[in-house]
Design a protein around this ligand. Structure first.
Ligand SMILES: Cc1cc2c(cc1C)N(C[C@H](O)[C@H](O)[C@H](O)COP(=O)(O)O)c1[nH]c(=O)[nH]c(=O)c1N2
Length: 227
């Protein structure tokens, strides 16, 4: 096979996957050059999409005044979110840094135009949410390409969708998918922030893999851990 990955290429791909992090706190102010941003957006644009719909748009946000307004909505939403947790969880939640909106030199809203290809779309006839999931694939491509470029990405979803749309002038029919903070970083952590801060651990893969019937553990990947 001529187009097989070399070992080094395979390792590079897995390195991007396993060392990608959600970045909130270690952005540097260094600008992200347009050519770098262009490569990252191009990677996003080459994501798979239902019926090749390519339902995404990419709205770059760099004006500090606009970021400030988004951050103000985050602060309101985050206070509401904290109220949903009780006791120790609430205390821990309130200590977490969950966004880097103002520090990240570039913010980016990835959106979904649900009407881009008219009412009937190949592959979406029976599962209408597939256009939304396609946009999430674009986000993941972007996230991995950014990691390879040394650019950190943080996803902020503690926002009111209506405020986001009003601040950024997003038309009614367009759905916000991901509000992302991008920038160079001082370092990438080796484990998720939420894991290090004691919020939640990574689940063992064998608990998640079934074969043939929901809940039936897989003889290979679902074998119980030796301990
Ligand atoms: C759809 C969605 C939405 C959010 C996130 C992710 C995704 C996929 N994550 C990041 C999330 O906390 C993080 O991915 C996990 O904790 C795992 O960490 P790593 O991404 O592996 O570093 C996230 N993080 C954060 O600090 N504030 C947020 O609002 C969100 N929202």
């Amino acid at each position: 096979m001529d187009d097989a990955f070399t070992l080094a290429e395979r390792e590079a791909l897995y390195k991007a996957i396993f060392s990608r992090r959600d970045v909130r706190g270690q952005f540097t102010p260094d600008p992200v050059p347009d050519d770098v941003l262009g490569r990252i957006l191009r990677a996003a644009h080459h994501a798979p999409s239902v019926g090749f719909m390519q339902p995404w748009n990419f709205l770059l946000v760099t004006d500090p005044a606009v970021k400030e307004r988004i951050h103000a909505d985050f602060a309101t939403a985050n206070a509401e979110a904290a109220d949903r947790f009780d006791g120790d969880r609430r205390v821990l939640y309130s200590r977490l840094k969950l966004e880097g909106i103002r520090e990240a030199p570039v913010n980016l809203l990835v959106t979904c135009d649900r009407e881009r290809c008219g009412p009937v779309v190949l592959g979406r006839t029976h599962m209408p949410t597939m256009d939304l999931y396609s946009c999430v694939c674009a986000v993941q491509n972007l996230w991995l390409a950014a990691r390879a470029e040394g650019v950190g990405v943080g996803w902020v979803s503690i926002l009111h969708e209506s405020a986001l749309k009003a601040i950024l002038g997003v038309p009614d029919r367009i759905v916000p998918i991901a509000y992302l903070c991008l920038g160079y970083v001082s370092h990438f952590e080796t484990t998720p922030d939420l894991e290090r801060q004691g919020w939640r651990q990574r689940v063992a893969l064998e608990e998640l893999v079934y074969r043939d019937r929901w809940g039936d553990s897989d003889p290979v990947f679902g074998a119980p851990s030796p301990d």
